[in-house]
Write a protein that binds this ligand. Sequence first.
Ligand SMILES: [Zn+2]
Length: 366
Amino acid sequence: MTAANYFSATYTEAREKFRTAAKAAGADLISYVNPNKGPDGGELATDVARIGSRDARRLLIGMSATHGAEGFCGSGIQTGWLGEQQFSALPSDTAILLIHAINPFGFAWVRRVNEDNIDLNRNFIDHTKPYPENAGYRELRDFICPQTWDADSAARSNAAFDDYARRHSTIDLQAAIMNGQYWDKEGVFYGGNAPNWSHRTLLAALSPYAATVTHAAFIDLHTGLGPSGYGEIISNHTGPAPGATRVRKWFGAEVTMIDDGSSTSTAVTGDTQIGVDAALPHTQVTGITLEYGTVPVPAMIESVRADNWLHIHGNLDSELGRRIKKQIRDAFYTDERQWKETVFARAVDVLHRSMTGLSKPDLVAA
Ligand SMILES: [Zn+2]
């Protein structure tokens, strides 16, 4: 069986494959049903599969579809891990928790954001405190999110982006658009003003383990940045944090950091690592983002802007609407056999290095 068969064309198909593989692997399965429906009218849910003891002290967490449209990739990886029995010889006192489609709405509707136009990976922030300001986004807002989507608006936006990149830098432009903002509900990379459904679901899925798990590994599966098919291991910890040291120890020199310019990702605010740490306050968590490349960054950003325009101002049931939905799907998922096989092989490698890291006796000293 080729690894490409683990991947699916729709959320509904992906969910079915994941649940079937989880049951075949003898996993304990819990579903958190989302109040919305998919485009086919089907149920939306986050499915959580656990393999191994409920009381294990070490827990490996693998999560897909933090950004919905990226779930085509992450779901295929999770289903393949189960299908190939990668967990048949677990280290002692270790359990695996696979969180499938934490943002099921975005996965089903092929959106990066959730049902509230919120980017889940910007939502894990203290909503009682003043939000971080993103001056670049504010300056460029009307060019990032134009009222119309045609050649004229594209020309105006691209001119404004080129000008901003000249005055600052290309990476500053990426940061202005992507780092997150907390005031523009109809804009891109919006972090929300309260914990959203997916945020609350992640806490609910992990909280039962808070009293027992002493050490956890967290792999958040993403796509959209970096060279096509390459899986970049981005540390979820920065600076001198012990977690950053552990990530380097586990994965070596290929690890990239968002705070020293080595990663394709700029520093975002309110990511899922904060949620995992909050749900497991007594656990030493070592987290990475496994980020697979698809298309060049400008094309990826344009697809997110186009999709935002479509859902705020456009018509899904139109030629332009269908073109934009294909554009964003292609920006976060390369529907080609070779890409899927490369992606999956890397995911197996990262999984096993994570399990080894989690089982190392020197972990506590890190
Ligand atoms: Zn992502």
